[in-house]
Design a protein around this ligand. Structure first.
Ligand SMILES: Cc1cc2nc3c(=O)[nH]c(=O)nc-3n(C[C@H](O)[C@H](O)[C@H](O)COP(=O)(O)OP(=O)(O)OC[C@H]3O[C@@H](n4cnc5c(N)ncnc54)[C@H](O)[C@@H]3O)c2cc1C
Ligand code: FES
Length: 268
């Protein structure tokens, strides 16, 4: 029996809203206990099986996209068994979640913050942007969002309405925004605006490239890692990644030590 820390909650939250389009779903559930203690970059483990079923056996991890007045929102891409089942849920049904889990982003001091997201890695950046704005409304917040095609960005289109933040987008195929990689946007923004801490979530190669760029520029960089997870609380050791040899951290557990790490702990 897993003993969750006092700040973690397992609850059944009523689904207020679920919408699915083009392979992405957005679910909002009532979860005030989680919302009150959550910090950006943390995640929840969601039971994807029906009430009396254990298929799939393990819960699935999803970043907290937004918390507002006790309502918690996640956005996910339909990729396999668990997410296919979740996509079939309906408003007013109960969703079984555990959270908030892991260590989230540390909001750095600074007058400019770069939030860099790729694909579903954009999901935690909404909560992060709102938290930075609350913490330091005077600071400049720049979101740089990349995806393979314009369609993949549709699930996150509402981020454009955060009027305290500048948003630039890139797509691999040129169907929206800059035709190229999100790192191009970061290089361009840093040249035009100046240095600032970077918060990054997306595919591993993208995060590694961003981490290397930040290291060269001496900019602080935090990365949010994704691994396959079974327990989400440090009990199964299934999410271990090797830490950077320079720092000598040995193995790190993404669910408990992360998912957010200083980039130098992983790669440099
Ligand atoms: C901390 C954390 C936060 C996450 N946040 C989000 C989020 O906000 N939105 C979102 O869409 N996804 C997110 N993910 C990924 C998400 O957990 C997986 O896509 C999901 O568990 C897949 O479940 P499934 O049963 O549909 O797929 P499965 O049937 O289990 O697998 C289908 C395919 O997806 C691959 N896969 C499964 N889990 C992962 C994973 N964690 N990373 C990469 N590939 C995987 C499998 O190898 C397989 O090829 C997050 C993962 C972590 C660890
Ligand atoms: S998922 Fe079990 S230890 Fe991290």
């Amino acid at each position: 029996m897993i003993n969750y820390e006092k700040t973690k909650h397992q609850l059944k939250g009523e689904i207020k809203n679920i919408t699915c389009r083009d392979g992405y779903c957005r679910i909002t559930i009532e979860a005030p206990a989680i919302c009150h203690v959550a910090t950006p970059g943390q995640f929840v483990m969601v039971k994807a099986s029906e009430e009396k079923s254990n298929d799939p056996l393990f819960r699935r991890p999803f970043s907290i996209h937004q918390v507002a007045d006790g309502w918690l929102t996640i956005i996910f891409k339909i990729v396999g068994r668990g997410t296919k089942k979740l996509a079939k849920m309906k408003a007013a049904e109960m969703l079984d979640v555990i959270g908030p889990l892991g260590k989230g982003f540390h909001i750095a001091n600074g007058q400019r913050h770069y939030l860099v997201g790729g694909g579903v890695g954009i999901a935690p950046l909404h909560f992060l942007a709102e938290s930075i704005y609350r913490y330091n409304p005077e600071s400049e917040i720049v979101a740089l969002l990349g995806a393979r095609t314009a369609k993949e960005l549709d699930a996150f289109a509402h981020i454009n309405s955060l009027n305290f933040m500048q948003v630039a987008i890139s797509t691999d195929d040129g169907t929206a925004g800059h035709h190229g990689l999100v790192i191009d946007l970061l290089e361009r923004s840093v040249t035009e605006k100046g240095l600032g801490p970077v918060y990054c979530c997306g595919p591993w190669p993208m995060m590694k490239a961003i981490a290397m760029y930040c290291s060269n520029k001496k900019m602080a960089c935090q990365v949010s890692l994704e691994t396959i997870m079974a327990c989400g609380v440090g009990a199964c050791l299934g999410c271990a990644v090797s830490g950077s040899e320079v720092i000598g951290d040995g193995y790190l557990h993404v669910c408990k030590d992360g998912p957010v790490f200083e980039a130098e702990k992983i790669w440099l």
